[in-house]
Ligand binder design. Structure first.
Ligand SMILES: C[S@@+](CC[C@H](N)C(=O)[O-])C[C@H]1O[C@@H](n2cnc3c(N)ncnc32)[C@H](O)[C@@H]1O
Length: 183
């Protein structure tokens, strides 16, 4: 059902940018960078049908919070089927992450996960998202980004203090996974 939903939305909305959801290999490799033993505020940009969101909710503590920011209204309707008091859903752009944190009554995030297609964004929009993401994270917070290419490294380096890169070749197409840290 998820793949068919993706395909339909991919055809109608260029921002979806993928015909299938991220594989379990990809989801686990990104989420391995999260310390689930403590209370976390986790934000997800572009959750789509919620492959990451559902995994995160299984791993997160009962007092953690998950803030989902999704631009596509069809996906937002699907995400609303998740019945969990830890979830806050916003039909908005990642550019407005600071408003979403405020509406969710939090001060900052521990982790921000993103699968939005940065290569499709205008330079202005890309910079706004990276700038506001840095502001939205607390000290030691991590921005975890998965993309299908290596294009984001220099942009991340110009906004974050430390940037690591890994790959997940079992995802089709392979994923480039960035871990950008705010010291
Ligand atoms: C490649 S899909 C990833 C979906 C899902 N997270 C996954 O891993 O399968 C990109 C998602 O980002 C959303 N998106 C694109 N631009 C966005 C933006 N500026 N703000 C929030 N979501 C955005 C799309 O609607 C889509 O759901």
């Amino acid at each position: 059902m998820s793949t068919l939903t993706y395909l339909k939305n991919f055809i109608r909305d260029k921002n979806v940018a993928s015909i299938t959801p991220t594989s379990t290999f990809g989801v686990k490799k990104v989420c391995d960078k999260i310390d689930f033993k403590k209370r976390n505020v986790i934000i997800e940009y572009g959750p789509g049908t919620g492959v990451f969101s559902k995994y995160l909710l299984k791993k997160m503590s009962k007092d953690s919070k998950l803030i989902l920011i999704e631009l596509n209204k069809n996906f937002v309707n699907i995400l609303h089927r998740i019945r969990d008091p830890r979830v806050n859903i916003f039909n908005d752009s990642a550019e407005n992450v600071l408003n979403s944190i405020e509406s969710a009554e939090e001060l900052c995030a521990d982790y921000i996960i993103s699968g939005i297609p940065f290569s499709f964004l205008t330079p202005n929009s890309k910079n706004k998202i990276l700038h506001n993401t840095y502001r939205a994270l607390g000290n030691g917070g991590k921005f975890l980004v998965y993309q299908h290419s290596n294009h984001l490294k220099e942009h991340l380096k110009s906004h974050f203090d430390v940037v690591h890169i890994e790959h997940e070749f079992r995802n089709i197409p392979p994923l480039c996974i960035y871990e950008a840290i705010k010291r």
